[in-house]
Write a protein that binds this ligand. Sequence first.
Ligand SMILES: C[S@@+](CC[C@H](N)C(=O)[O-])C[C@H]1O[C@@H](n2cnc3c(N)ncnc32)[C@H](O)[C@@H]1O
Length: 333
Amino acid sequence: MTNDSSLDRLLQGLRAVAEGTRLRILALCAHGELTVSDLVEILGQSQPRVSRHLKLLVEGGLLERQQEGNWAFYRLTERGPVAALARQIVDLIPDDDAEHALDLKRLEEVRAGWAVKAEAYFRHNAADWDRVRTLHVDEAKVDVALRRLIGREPVGELLDIATGTGRVLELLGDKVVGAIGIDRSLDMLKVARANVMRAGLRHCQLRHADMNRLPFQAGRFDVAVLHMALHYVEDPAAALAEAARVLRPGGRLVVVDFDEHQHSELRENHAHRWLGFSEARMARLLEQAGLVAEAPERLPGKPLTVCLWTARRPANDTLTSDGQDGRLRKEVV
Ligand SMILES: C[S@@+](CC[C@H](N)C(=O)[O-])C[C@H]1O[C@@H](n2cnc3c(N)ncnc32)[C@H](O)[C@@H]1O
């Protein structure tokens, strides 16, 4: 029975893609997440027509649709037999095919338009961020430390929680098989999407989500990163527990944030909720989340110190989901 339905799904996928425009759309979506209006602009076809093609590709299981505020983004399906089919079909399309080459050229123009909008938002906030940056150690040093730490083990899937402008995806993209960045700000996601596309990171995706309710099944990721985000969060314990939930047994959580400090102006001027985290507090938070913490790496700055905390879900932790909220429960053995 399962075989039959898999065959049916494959057949439905093949039927859906067996049309010129739909093949072009599939090929375009392999280069990143696109909206209906992006595709209308690239293909030069009417919105109802493009929407209809997209609907068929989604029904055929080749594309996924992700709603973000008023926008819907389309990308290649990630899992299952039709996902492999979609990827293989796309790989068969030669880059020098004249029509495809023209589509890719138009895609570049559309991306350039995104980048302009994203940069306007970034400029608006950049002064604020730059002011905070001057207070701590050179970001390049933090980047080197984070790359070294992540690179210690091979990484399949990485989750960047509160990705902001997608910096961590850009920094670690070459070290992972796949990555997803989530953020609750749609404006930030626009910037991140433009950055990730510009960097050619086709294996990195972005999703609109709250870190307190991650839209992923338990035990999915090899690594989760919380980079300069926990000090904004109302309930760090809840956020860390949720991050731990989506880690596989043996998976690592890396938190990059400030050591405890006294600069209360960061609360008033930059919306920081917490003035960093002391070693003892972070150790407690990680333990409460069911993780085993390693010794943190400290990068002293003037005046703020940045810490990299690593914690691991025990490899022998047998985990299961309770089937309701998807939370991990330890299996009683
Ligand atoms: C200073 S930015 C850091 C971004 C990025 N990790 C980096 O280091 O460049 C903090 C980000 O946290 C996001 N954020 C805050 N609370 C969040 C939540 N509950 N769920 C998801 N994202 C959140 C904000 O939208 C913002 O993009």
